[in-house]
Design a protein around this ligand. Structure first.
Ligand SMILES: Nc1ncnc2c1ncn2[C@@H]1O[C@H](COP(=O)(O)OP(=O)(O)OP(=O)(O)O)[C@@H](O)[C@H]1O
Length: 544
C-alpha cells in the first residue's frame, strides 16, 4: 500500500479498542508492517498484495470511534464492514459516515450496523458502483436525497432519524429495498447524450412513508470506469451516434455478437487491476456474459495503426492465445475486450499455492513452459513481418482454463514502432533496469519475459518483490555453484529430475542474457523446451 493509505489505516484503527484494552499487536496495523504483505487482521488485498480492497472488522469485537474519514484516502477500498453484535446494542461504537466517503469511488459495500453513528447520510450518489449500503440502528439524520443506483442490491437504513425528501420528519424509517426489476428506458439527452436507465424498486416499509429513489444516472459501471469511458462518448446527433458505433469493432467471436460500446458503458464494472498499460475491468453484460475491458493508457499510436494491429492479431489464432473479441478506438480512448477467464492466472497460482484442484507440480510446470514457448514461437513467426510481439509477457498475463491449459492474454499491447514508450513498460523490475538496452526489440523482450517466467516456475519465487533483483539473485546462486538451492523446495521434495531442471534453468538464463544479441529466438527456445518435456514424458513411460 502507499505510505499515505497505510498511515490512514493506522489512524483509523488507533481510534478503536478491544473492550478497553489496546489493539492486539499480532493483528499488524503498525508502521513497520505492510497491510497486504503482512496480512493485517481484517484486511483483504488484491491478488498481487499491492493495495487494500476490503476491511472487515466484524469478528474483532471492537469498540471506540469508527472514523470513516480516516480511510477516505484508501481509494482502492471496495468494502468496509463492521457490525456490532446485536447483544452490544448499548452502542459501544460511535462515529459518523463523512461525506468524503464518496471519494471512495471503488466502494461496493459499506456495512456499519448497530453502532452509535450520527450525522447526515453521505452523498451516496457519487459512489455509483455501490451495491450494498447497510447502516441500520444509528442516529443518522438529515434528508434521504433522491438517488438511484442500478447496481444497488441492498439498502437498509432502518431505525435512524431521517426526514423525508420533502422535509417532513420521518421517525424510525424502516424499509428494505428489494430491487425486483430493472427496466431500461433509453433516452437520449442532447446535452450529455448518455443512456439513461430507470429502475423500479419496491420498498417494503413499516411506516407508510414513500421515498422517491428514482433519478437518472448515466450508467451503472463503477464511477471511475464510467467517467473515464464516457468522455469520448459525448455525441449529439444520430449521425455521431452511428460514428461511435463504428469505432467499436466486434471481431469474429460469436459470444459478443452485436456488442455495442453502450453495452460496455452500461454494464456493472469491477476494477481488476491497474497495470503498466492501463486499467482492467471485469464487466457483466445484460445476457450474463462476463468480459474484461482493458482501458489502455498512454498509447500514442494512430487510430488507423491501432485498428490495423488489432485486425492482424485477429487473423492469427492459436489455441493458447486468448483471442480479442472486440476493440474500441477513438482519438482519446483505446479499449481491448476479452472474455473473462475465471480460472486464475499463473501469477496467482505461484503466489497462493494450489487452488481449485490446480497444482504446480513439475509435470504441470514443464507443460506450461512448453505450451507458452510453442504458442509464442507460432505468434512470432506469423507476426514477425508486422513487427507485432506480445510485449508484456508476465505471469499475470498467463491465464488458465478448467483443464489448467495456459493461454496468453493481452498479446500485442506494446507497439514496436514507438521506442519512447516501450522502455517505460519494461522497466518495472530492478533486474531489467540493470540490464536495459535502449535498442529495445519487443521480440527479444518476449524472450526476456519468457526467461523470467521459466525462472519463476523453477524457483517458485516471484519476480515482483519489492526491489528484489530476481534475475541477479538467480545468476549469483548459479555462479556460486549452488544450483540445487535455486529450485523450488516443492520440486526437490517431489524428486523432479535435477538434470532436466538444470537444463531448463540454462535456457532461462540464456533468455535473460543481458546482451540482446546473444539471446536465442523463440523458435529455438521452444524446440529445446519441447525436447526437455519429451525426455520427461519418456522417463515417466519407462518408469511405468
Ligand atoms: N481475461 C481475463 N479474465 C480474467 N482475469 C484476467 C483477464 N485478463 C487479466 N486478468 C487478471 O486481472 C488482473 C489485472 O490484470 P492487468 O492486465 O491489469 O494486470 P497486469 O498484467 O499486471 O497489467 P499490465 O498488463 O497493464 O502490465 C490480473 O490478476 C490478471 O491476471
Amino acid at each position: 500500500e502507499t505510505e499515505e493509505a497505510k498511515q490512514s489505516l493506522i489512524s483509523f484503527m488507533s481510534k478503536l479498542t478491544v473492550s478497553n484494552s489496546s489493539i492486539d499487536h499480532s493483528w499488524g496495523w503498525s508502521n513497520d508492517t505492510d497491510p497486504c504483505k503482512n496480512e493485517w487482521k481484517g484486511v483483504t488485498c488484491d491478488s498481487k498484495s499491492v493495495y487494500v480492497k476490503k476491511i472487515d472488522l466484524e469478528s474483532l469485537s471492537l469498540t471506540g470511534t469508527l472514523d470513516a474519514n480516516a480511510i477516505c484516502t484508501v481509494e482502492t477500498l471496495t468494502r468496509l464492514k463492521s457490525q456490532a453484535q446485536q447483544c452490544q446494542c448499548d452502542k459501544k461504537f460511535s462515529g459518523y459516515v463523512p461525506n468524503s466517503v464518496s471519494t471512495l469511488i471503488n466502494l461496493k459495500r459499506l456495512e456499519v450496523t448497530n453502532y452509535n453513528i450520527s450525522g447526515d447520510l453521505p452523498d451516496l450518489a457519487k459512489i455509483s458502483g455501490l451495491i450494498s449500503f447497510l447502516a441500520e440502528n444509528h442516529g443518522l439524520t438529515g434528508k434521504i436525497l433522491r438517488f438511484n443506483f442500478t447496481n444497488l442490491q441492498q439498502f437498509n437504513v432502518s431505525s435512524n432519524n431521517f426526514s423525508s425528501p420533502s422535509g417532513y420528519a420521518v421517525l424510525s424509517l424502516h424499509f428494505l429495498l428489494l430491487i425486483v426489476f430493472t427496466s431500461m428506458k433509453k433516452n437520449k439527452n442532447d446535452d450529455d447524450n448518455v443512456k439513461k436507465e430507470e429502475k423500479i424498486v419496491e420498498a417494503k416499509k413499516d411506516k407508510d412513508v414513500s421515498v422517491d429513489f428514482s433519478a437518472d444516472i448515466p450508467s451503472n459501471a463503477s464511477s471511475e470506469y464510467k467517467s473515464s469511458m464516457s468522455k469520448p462518448m459525448r455525441y449529439s446527433s444520430t449521425d455521431q451516434s452511428a460514428l461511435v458505433s463504428m469505432l467499436m469493432v466486434v471481431l469474429t467471436s460469436p459470444v459478443v455478437k452485436g456488442l455495442r460500446f453502450e453495452d460496455l458503458l452500461k454494464a456493472p464494472a469491477e476494477l481488476l487491476g491497474r497495470g503498466n498499460h492501463g486499467s482492467l475491468y471485469n464487466i457483466t453484460l445484460e445476457n450474463g456474459k462476463a468480459l474484461v475491458v482493458k482501458r489502455i493508457k498512454d498509447w500514442s499510436i494512430s487510430s488507423e495503426e491501432f485498428k490495423k494491429r488489432m485486425q492482424k492479431i485477429d487473423q492469427v489464432r492459436h489455441p493458447n492465445v486468448l483471442p480479442l473479441v472486440a476493440f474500441y478506438c477513438s482519438e482519446q480512448e483505446k479499449l481491448m475486450v476479452y472474455e473473462y477467464q475465471q480460472d486464475g492466472s499463473l501469477f496467482s497460482l505461484l503466489l497462493q499455492g494450489p487452488q481449485n484442484g490446480k497444482n504446480l507440480n513439475w509435470g504441470s510446470r514443464l507443460q506450461i513452459a512448453t505450451t507458452i514457448a510453442e504458442s509464442l514461437a507460432f505468434m512470432h513467426k506469423e507476426l514477425q513481418d508486422n513487427g507485432i510481439a506480445h510485449g508484456n509477457l508476465n505471469t499475470s498475463n498467463i491465464l488458465f482454463n478448467k483443464k489448467m491449459e495456459p493461454r496468453l492474454s493481452e498479446y500485442c499491447l506494446v507497439p514496436t514502432d514507438n521506442q519512447d514508450h516501450a522502455p517505460t513498460l519494461l522497466l518495472s523490475s530492478n533486474d531489467y533496469k540493470t540490464n536495459r538496452d535502449h535498442n529495445i526489440d519487443t521480440f527479444k523482450e518476449d524472450m526476456y519475459g519468457l526467461g523470467i517466467i521459466l525462472l519463476e516456475l523453477l524457483t517458485g519465487k516471484l519476480r515482483y518483490n519489492n526491489g528484489f533483483n530476481f534475475g541477479g539473485w538467480v545468476h549469483s546462486v548459479v555462479r556460486e555453484e549452488w544450483t540445487a538451492e535455486v529450485f523450488d523446495r516443492a520440486l526437490i521434495e517431489e524428486r523432479a529430475s535435477e538434470g532436466r531442471m538444470v537444463n531448463l534453468l540454462q535456457i532461462a538464463l540464456k533468455c535473460i542474457n543481458p546482451s540482446l544479441e546473444n539471446r536465442l529466438n523463440m523458435d529455438e527456445v521452444s524446440v529445446v523446451i519441447s525436447a526437455i518435456k519429451g525426455e520427461e514424458d519418456r522417463s515417466i513411460v519407462s518408469e511405468v
